[in-house]
Structures are given as structure tokens and as C-alpha cells.
Design a protein around this ligand. Structure first.
Ligand SMILES: [Zn+2]
Length: 325
């Protein structure tokens, strides 16, 4: 048996229901597995200089308009009313600004960055969140844990200077190596995804971001493949794909260089000369969706998980009742 849905049923980990398509019902054993993965990742992130944060699931439409998500990613978001219903018309007021459930945590981490004045001394600033994200995937595209509408992502953002980017990529690749090996994966490959057709910002900014990413990966001595048109709408991506025991390749880790969101949100810190300087924003996930990661992990190990992650780690059985004590 190697389908994660069958393994989950057999191991009593989680199930799906028709009335919540693309969302997981975690059972006690499954949630223990989920927490084991989360706790391990929390330790890894802390060891690499990240501070954990938590931000709201719903953010106002105006924020998504500013970040460009409303224009570029609107179809992928669940939009909700603020609940103000006109008693007469029994309909939502047309002035209702609306909220969207976050498909990613980037603008929320920007809000934390902007909550007070920043100094060059604090940088790089590294935030991470086990962010509950929602994406309105087509119902036909949903597939167990592999494609969901609600998932938790190890969603991290680094605010730094351009000169720090190479060191941050080096740190990211060390994290990836440590984590993938711990989960029992031996092989992974790198891909650099370049500007997509639907994108923010000038070609000059994209030229700079792509050159920076390619230069850093080459300086670290890694080989990679180039994927034109597959970058995020705000920046190019370094993507990590692991190979499972069935020979399949899964893209999980991602690292993105972004000059556009810092520009749109007018991010700034005070540098050594007392001037305002704009940081670079780096987006990173090592696992991606934790639910999908667990689905891949179950299939890779056919349910026989690394002992530290397994929900039941040890079971003691006596040879007869006489020996039970
Ligand atoms: Zn992000």
C-alpha cells in the first residue's frame, strides 16, 4: 500500500469529508505526527536565527491590493465579507471592504516589520510562522494531501541587505540538507525559476534579482536547472525538489528574492549613516505545506516513518500476562 490516503486510514491519522473539500480532519494519532514535524522544524528554524511569529488568517482587501495579490492572485483567494449585513436588504453592504483569507503570510510579516522603526543593527531580521493558508484550488485539482485548499506552511521571511543574500541562500541550503536527511531523503535537486509573464515591477529589478540568485547559487558550487516563466509574480525562485523511493520528484523547498514588495510597501531601515535604506525581502519555505509534506513522507516510507517522527514510537508487549508487571 503506498497511497497516503489508504495509509492514513490504516494508521488512523486523518480523513477527508465532502463538506470540506481540500481540508484535512486530523485524528489524535495524525495530529501527534503533525506536531512532531512542527516541533522538529521549530528547533531547526530557531537554530538558524529565525524568530517565530503568528499573524491573522484574514487580512483586508486593501492590504492585498497593495501587495499586488488582488490583481495577480485574486482567483486563488477566498474572499469573505466583514459580516456587516444590511438588515433591510438582508444583503452584504456594497461598502463592505471585504477580507481575503491569506494564501501566504508575506504581507502579514511586512506589517510586523513595519510596526516600528528598524535599524541596520537588527538585520538580517528573520521571521517564521507556521502559517495557516487558504487557496481556492479548483475542486478537480484537489488530491488528498498533495493539493489542498487549507494547509499550514513553514512560511519564513528575511529582511536584509543585498550583500547578505548569498549568505542567506547558503544558510537555506544547509537547513534543507539537514531537514531532508532527517526525514530519510537522500537526493534532491535545484531549479531556478525566472520571471513569469504576469509580474510586478520593472525589468531592471528582475535583471538584478535573477543575477543575484544565479550568482549566489553558482558561487556556492551547486548545479541547477533553469525554468523560464516559472518565478513568483514578485521575484525569481530557487526551488528544491526531493526524490522519493518510488522515483518521483516533489518540489518542496523554495527561496525567493523580492525587490518588489519592499518597494510597494516602502520598507526602510536606518543605516550606519543615519539614512533610510530599503531592505531586500527573501521568502523561504523548507517543507512547504506540512500536510503535503506528511502525505509525501507517508508514501516514501510506506507508513514506516523515522522513529522520532512516528506518532507511536515504542509499544511494549509482554510475552504472557504473568510477565506484565
Ligand atoms: Zn512570502
Amino acid at each position: 500500500m503506498s497511497d497516503h490516503r489508504e495509509l492514513a486510514r490504516d494508521m488512523d491519522l486523518f480523513h477527508f469529508e465532502e463538506h470540506s473539500p481540500g481540508m484535512v480532519f486530523w485524528h489524535p494519532q495524525g495530529l501527534r505526527l503533525f506536531h512532531n514535524v512542527e516541533t522538529f522544524m521549530r528547533q531547526v528554524y530557531q537554530a538558524h536565527g529565525f524568530e517565530e511569529v503568528r499573524s491573522p488568517v484574514a487580512l483586508s482587501r486593501s492590504l492585498w491590493e497593495r501587495s499586488g495579490h488582488w490583481a495577480k492572485f485574486r482567483k486563488g483567494m477566498f474572499v469573505v465579507s466583514d459580516g456587516a449585513v444590511d438588515a433591510e436588504a438582508k444583503s452584504v453592504r456594497s461598502s463592505d471592504p471585504g477580507y481575503a483569507l491569506k494564501p501566504m503570510s508575506c504581507p502579514a510579516h511586512i506589517a510586523i516589520y513595519q510596526s516600528h522603526k528598524r535599524s541596520y543593527r537588527e538585520h538580517p531580521i528573520r521571521f517564521m510562522e507556521f502559517g495557516m493558508c487558504h487557496r481556492n484550488e479548483l475542486s478537480g485539482a484537489l488530491s488528498g494531501c498533495m493539493r489542498l485548499r487549507q494547509f499550514v506552511q513553514d512560511d519564513a521571511h528575511i529582511f536584509c541587505r543585498e550583500a547578505d543574500v548569498q549568505q542567506e541562500i547558503s544558510r537555506f541550503l544547509k537547513m534543507v540538507q539537514r531537514v531532508y536527511v532527517a526525514f530519510g531523503y537522500e537526493q534532491f535537486s535545484l531549479q531556478i525559476s525566472l520571471r513569469p509573464e504576469q509580474r510586478l515591477g520593472s525589468d531592471a529589478l528582475w535583471d538584478r534579482a535573477e543575477a543575484l540568485l544565479i550568482g549566489a547559487v553558482e558561487a556556492l558550487g551547486h548545479s541547477y536547472q533553469l525554468a523560464p516563466n516559472e518565478g513568483a509574480f514578485y521575484g525569481p525562485k530557487l526551488e528544491i525538489s526531493l526524490q522519493d523511493q518510488l522515483g518521483r520528484s516533489w518540489q518542496c523547498g523554495t527561496f525567493q528574492i523580492d525587490f518588489n514588495l519592499p518597494h510597494l510597501f516602502e520598507l526602510a531601515f536606518v543605516n550606519e549613516r543615519g539614512e533610510l535604506e530599503r531592505p531586500v525581502m527573501l521568502h523561504q519555505a523548507v517543507l512547504g505545506s506540512l500536510e503535503r509534506w506528511i502525505g509525501i513522507l507517508l508514501e516514501h516510507h510506506r507508513g514506516i516513518l523515522p522513529i522520532w517522527a512516528a506518532p507511536t514510537q515504542v509499544a511494549i508487549a509482554s510475552i504472557s500476562d504473568k510477565a506484565s508487571d
